[in-house]
Design a protein around this ligand. Structure first.
Ligand SMILES: Cc1cc2nc3c(=O)[nH]c(=O)nc-3n(C[C@H](O)[C@H](O)[C@H](O)COP(=O)(O)OP(=O)(O)OC[C@H]3O[C@@H](n4cnc5c(N)ncnc54)[C@H](O)[C@@H]3O)c2cc1C
Length: 402
């Protein structure tokens, strides 16, 4: 038996021995699952058991080094672990921006103290992170940001406002871009810094979305004192860190919405969309009765599966140490457009049942679909708009003149 086959056998046995039965089949993707942090409440105590045993084993972050709480697995071993978990219908024990965004960034740019301070706590799900990039007036033109950080001894004193900060009200820490110098090129005076959301002077106010939910906030900093040791990389070199993190973010968004989202999973022989369509418009000869709808679902499924395989290749490369580059912009556009198409198809299938908002007369799942369809409009904005991704692809992938 090869080493990898042995690893598979041991992994399977370990998972079967340690996974609580009640978590089998529960959702796990980058939106649904355990986000962790001090404000997180577990709807099922077994999810906490699952998180703790997996964290203890290092398998919340399987490829991260063991000294920082990871599993130290090779790319091939991590893939085997993912396959076995999928086979046993086990959810990821932990999701969130710690694992997908700031963690990989700290591994690359953080100093030893910063890695020791934050990475093990991320792996154990003890702290939840949010992202403080955008500001009122600085979204696509992010480098124009104005949140100011003024040096005062061993601290920076930070003042300004961040906007669209997803889950700021749930987060324990924020990774933020601040302006430490306004004199040179706008990219040069930006610093990447970590801020404790409990620090005096930090406040958040929720923003209500078209979907009726409020996953994000305005985050205000009023004379917040942050130690200089919380700067990642160098003072004034934050733009480099910010861009690297965006590569991880865009790949994660593409993966979440485009290829492994809740509605992307197939159920048995038929896809989720086919099942839904058959339940609403009927079945003829074992297929969706409406031929035009059937055609559109088939086209969508083929593109969706091809995309999932492409993203899988990139994830494999990332596990092997490859940093996502400008190609993440291609995934971001394609993945988010796929997700918007998915919800447009679902709303089309539901017909009048998609017109509900709240109250009796509509199924809860249909009401959710309508809200998720509205939420999907934001996919082509978050993490950088589609137009901005097209600019990046034109310039950095195709090499077209600016
Ligand atoms: C659901 C969601 C979650 C988010 N979460 C976070 C978060 O956690 N943290 C965070 O910091 N930010 C977050 N954002 C903010 C997001 O990054 C910004 O909304 C995005 O970068 C666009 O910036 P803007 O809203 O200021 O739009 P603008 O930059 O004002 O753009 C307006 C329009 O102009 C177009 N445009 C702008 N510049 C160009 C150009 N050069 N060429 C062509 N077209 C252009 C844009 O494509 C867009 O259509 C989130 C946004 C959404 C929708």
């Amino acid at each position: 038996m090869s080493d990898l086959e042995l690893f598979r056998k041991d992994t399977r046995a370990w998972l079967e021995a340690h996974a609580p039965a009640s978590i089998i089949g529960t959702p796990s993707n980058e939106l649904e699952g355990v986000w962790g942090g001090t404000k997180w409440t577990f709807d099922n105590p077994d999810k906490k058991v699952w998180l703790d045993v997996m964290a203890e084993k290092g398998w919340t972050a399987p490829t991260w080094p063991t000294e920082y709480g990871g599993g130290g697995l090779s790319n091939a071993e991590a893939k085997v672990l993912a396959q076995e978990m999928k086979d046993l219908k086990l959810p990821a024990p932990l999701i969130g921006f710690g694992l997908t965004m700031i963690g990989p960034t700290l591994l690359r740019f953080g100093n030893e103290d910063q890695k020791q301070e934050h990475l093990p706590r991320i792996c154990r799900g003890e702290i939840r992170w949010c992202q403080g990039y955008s500001e009122p007036g600085s979204g696509s033109d992010l480098a124009s940001l104005q949140t100011k950080a003024v040096r005062d001894g061993d601290d920076f004193v930070i003042g300004g406002t961040k906007v669209w900060t997803s889950y700021a009200d749930q987060a324990d820490w924020i990774f933020a871009l601040v302006r430490t110098d306004g004199s040179g090129k706008k990219q040069e005076g930006i610093t990447f810094i970590l801020i404790d959301m409990d620090d005096p002077g930090v406040s958040v106010s929720p923003i209500l979305l078209i979907s009726g939910k409020s996953p994000f906030c305005e985050t205000h900093f009023s004379d917040v004192r942050v130690p200089v040791r919380n700067v990642i990389h160098e003072i004034g070199a934050g733009w480099t860190v910010a861009k690297a993190l965006l590569g991880h973010e865009r790949t994660m968004i593409a993966d979440t919405f485009g290829s492994s989202g809740p509605r992307a999973r197939s159920q048995g022989e038929r896809s989720f969309l086919s099942e839904l369509a058959i339940s609403r418009v009927g079945e003829r000869d074992g297929e969706v009765a409406d031929p035009v709808l059937r055609d559109d679902i088939a086209a969508f499924e083929m593109e969706s599966r091809a995309f999932a395989l492409t993203v899988q290749r990139t994830k494999d490369a990332a596990r092997a140490g490859h940093q996502p580059g400008s190609e993440s912009s291609m995934f971001k556009i394609y993945g988010t457009e796929l997700n918007q198409r998915r919800y447009e198809l679902m709303v089309r299938i539901l017909g009048p049942d998609a017109l509900g908002w709240e109250g009796p007369g509509f199924e809860p799942a249909d009401l959710d679909t309508t809200r998720e369809w509205l939420r999907s409009r934001g996919n082509s904005i978050e993490g950088g708009t589609s137009e901005v991704q097209l600019n990046i692809i034109a310039k950095h992938v195709l090499g077209l003149p600016a």
